[in-house]
Design a protein around this ligand. Structure first.
Ligand code: KG4
Ligand code: ZN
Length: 358
C-alpha cells in the first residue's frame, strides 16, 4: 500500500490562528486528523472590529502551540508531514506573515515542499473535505471579509460571477449590531433580536438591487440604519430594526442568488446536476439557510451547507488545497510573498466606483 500524503495546513489571515493535519483514504477521500482553531474574539470585541497589530501579536504568541496541538492530536510525527501549506493571502499583511513565515520555516526544517494557499481557494474547496463533491459547483461565500459568488470549475479554475462592491455581508451584520449597541462580532445577536421584531417596520434600501448582475452592495444599508438609530428609543424598536435589516438581506440574497444560478447554468450547460454551496460565518444564519434551501428547491439546485466549523476560517480547508496541489506537484518557492489582495479569478473585472473587496 502506498503511503498517503500527510499535509499540514496553517491559517492566520485575520483573527483566527489555526492548524490542521489531513490525509486521505484509499479511495482518495480526505480525512481530517486534527483541526485546531483559536479565535481572537475576546481581544477585539472592545474595539468593535479586528485590530491588525493586536491580531498579529496574538498569532505570534499562539502559532507554535497551535501547530504542536494539531500535530499531537493527529497522532503523527512532524517528520511524517509531506508538505506544509500556509495561507498567503488575501488578508491582513501583518497577520498573513506570521503563518506564512512559520510554514516556510517548518517546511525548510523538515526538508519538505511548501505550498502557498489563497484563503479564498480554501473556502472554495472546503465542502470537498466532508462530502463527495465533483466539480463544477457554485459557491456563495458570505463571511466577515468576503461576499462573492464563485463558479468553482476545477482546482485553480475559478470564475467570479459576483462580489460585493463595498462591505462584506458579515461586516454589514456586525456594523448594524454595533449601531444597536451589541459587541463585536454582533452578527449572531442580530439573528436572535430579529426573532422578536417586526420585519416590515422599517423600509431599508437595497443597493444595486436592479442592476450589476449578481454583484452585491451593503454599505447603503448601514448609512440608513445609522439615521434610524438616532430616533429609536425602545427595545422593541431595536428588535424591529434588526428584523427589518435581516429581511432586507434575505431579499437581496434571494434575487442575487437567482441571477448567479442563471449565470452558473450558462457556463455549465452540460452539467446534469447543479450544486450550490454556501460557506463563511454568515452561513450559520438559519433564516438565510432556509431561504437559500427553498430557492434551491424552486430552481432545481442541490443545496450543500458544510458544517459550521468548516464554514468559518479554519486550517483544514488550507490543508485541503495543499493536498490537491501536492498531488499535482504544484509547490511554491520559499520567497513567496504575503499577498493582502489576491483575487482567485485574475480575469475578474473590478467594478467602477467603490473599491471592490477581493
Ligand atoms: O467566516 P467567519 O467565521 O470569519 C471571517 O469572516 O473571518 O465569519 C464571521 C462573520 C462575522 O461577521 C459574524 O458576525 C458573521 O460571520 N456571523 C453571522 C452569524 N454567525 C456569524 N452573521 C449573521 N448571522 C449569524 N448567525
Ligand atoms: Zn475566510
Amino acid at each position: 500500500m502506498t503511503k498517503k500524503p500527510l499535509i499540514l495546513g496553517i491559517e492566520s489571515s485575520c483573527d483566527e490562528t489555526a492548524a490542521s493535519l489531513i490525509t486521505e483514504n484509499d479511495n482518495g477521500f480526505p480525512i481530517i486528523l486534527s483541526n485546531i482553531i483559536s479565535s481572537q474574539e475576546e481581544i477585539h470585541k472592545e474595539f468593535g472590529g479586528v485590530v491588525p497589530e493586536l491580531a498579529a501579536r496574538s498569532h505570534l504568541e499562539k502559532i507554535d502551540w497551535i501547530v504542536k496541538k494539531a500535530m499531537d492530536e493527529s497522532g503523527r510525527r512532524v517528520e511524517e508531514v509531506d508538505a506544509v501549506a500556509s495561507t498567503a493571502g488575501p488578508g491582513l499583511v501583518v497577520c498573513l506573515s506570521v503563518g506564512l513565515s512559520f510554514g516556510k520555516a517548518l517546511a525548510a526544517a523538515i526538508n519538505k515542499p511548501f505550498i502557498a494557499v489563497n484563503h479564498l481557494e480554501g473556502h472554495a474547496l472546503s465542502p470537498r473535505l466532508n462530502s463527495k463533491l465533483d466539480y463544477p459547483y457554485l459557491l456563495l461565500l458570505i463571511s466577515g471579509g468576503h461576499s462573492q459568488y464563485l463558479n468553482v470549475q476545477n482546482l485553480g479554475k475559478y470564475i467570479r460571477l459576483g462580489t460585493t462592491i463595498d462591505d462584506a455581508l458579515g461586516e454589514a451584520f456586525d456594523k448594524t449590531a454595533k449601531l444597536l449597541g451589541i459587541e463585536f462580532p454582533g452578527g449572531p445577536q442580530i439573528e436572535i433580536l430579529a426573532k422578536k421584531g417586526n420585519p416590515k417596520k422599517y423600509d431599508l434600501p437595497k443597493p444595486i438591487f436592479n442592476k450589476g448582475g449578481c454583484n452585491l452592495s451593503f454599505a447603503g444599508l448601514k448609512t440608513s440604519i445609522l439615521k434610524i438609530c438616532k430616533s429609536i428609543n425602545t427595545d422593541q424598536e431595536k428588535f424591529d430594526l434588526a428584523a427589518s435589516f435581516q429581511k432586507t438581506v434575505l431579499e437581496i440574497l434571494y434575487k442575487k442568488t437567482k441571477i448567479a444560478f442563471q449565470e452558473f447554468k450558462k457556463i455549465n450547460s452540460n452539467t446534469n446536476k447543479n450544486k450550490f454551496i454556501v460557506a463563511g460565518g454568515v452561513a450559520a444564519n438559519i433564516k438565510i439557510r432556509n431561504m437559500l434551501e427553498n430557492l434551491c428547491k424552486e430552481e432545481k439546485f442541490e443545496a450543500i451547507f458544510p458544517p459550521i466549523d468548516l464554514c468559518g476560517d479554519n486550517a483544514a480547508m488550507i490543508a485541503m488545497v495543499g493536498l490537491e496541489k501536492f498531488k499535482l506537484k504544484q509547490f511554491s518557492k520559499l520567497d513567496h510573498p504575503a499577498k493582502p489582495r489576491w483575487s482567485l479569478d485574475e480575469n475578474a473585472t473590478f467594478l467602477k466606483g467603490a473599491g471592490v473587496k477581493l
